[in-house]
Design a protein around this ligand. Sequence first.
Ligand SMILES: Nc1nc2c(c(=O)[nH]1)N=C([C@H](O)[C@H](O)COP(=O)(O)OP(=O)(O)OP(=O)(O)O)CN2
Length: 203
Amino acid sequence: MMHAIYPAPPHPYRFELNKEFHFAAAHYIPAEAAGRCSRVHGHTYHCNVAVGGDRLDECGFLVNFSEIKKLVQDRFDHRLLNDDELFGGPARMPNGGRAAKAAGQGAAENAMQRAEAVAAAEQGASSGAGQRRSAADEAQAGAENDAELDSDQFPTTEVVARAVWRLVQEELDRRGHGARCLQVFLRETPSSYVIYRPEAAHG
Ligand SMILES: Nc1nc2c(c(=O)[nH]1)N=C([C@H](O)[C@H](O)COP(=O)(O)OP(=O)(O)OP(=O)(O)O)CN2
């Protein structure tokens, strides 16, 4: 893993901890304007979480590095992000998340399996005309459901970075040591990243 220093904003804490890790996830942005990003695709996300605080725990940790990594990876690694309630889930996949169900797939656990099932349903590889019609109906219903989603929930890099921040801060609050998640750096592709900071400098 490449290690880098991500400058955090000025803060009042004595300790600042940084933890870097990866998670692999699929997602799609349910908006036509997102172009090719509206199709299901995947990334290996590179994440850095910065935490500030003054009080150490019984181990001498601000917070255990591995707990931060586990918290985020357990939630997002090898998932379809759109399935997560943080992003409006369970997913309403364009071109037929429901079609996948119609083609015999169960609950939304594996995006790739479902995508294959959708393709099979659409090509009629394993179904008759009735089922193709049903896949089209389901795709239409899925598109209508997507239209109900708030863009503030779409799993863009910005929204995923904010979701990571919320997960980490909720955990820090549970621990009750007064620690604060200062920022989340999230790299989606080699050339694209977002930094989320909870405290905006402007009004
Ligand atoms: N503000 C945002 N813009 C885009 C997001 C996003 O989350 N927030 N996401 C995408 C795509 O999902 C894509 O994963 C990243 O796009 P892009 O940077 O264009 O990826 P490339 O590797 O193809 O970029 P190069 O310019 O070729 O390096 C798009 N926009």
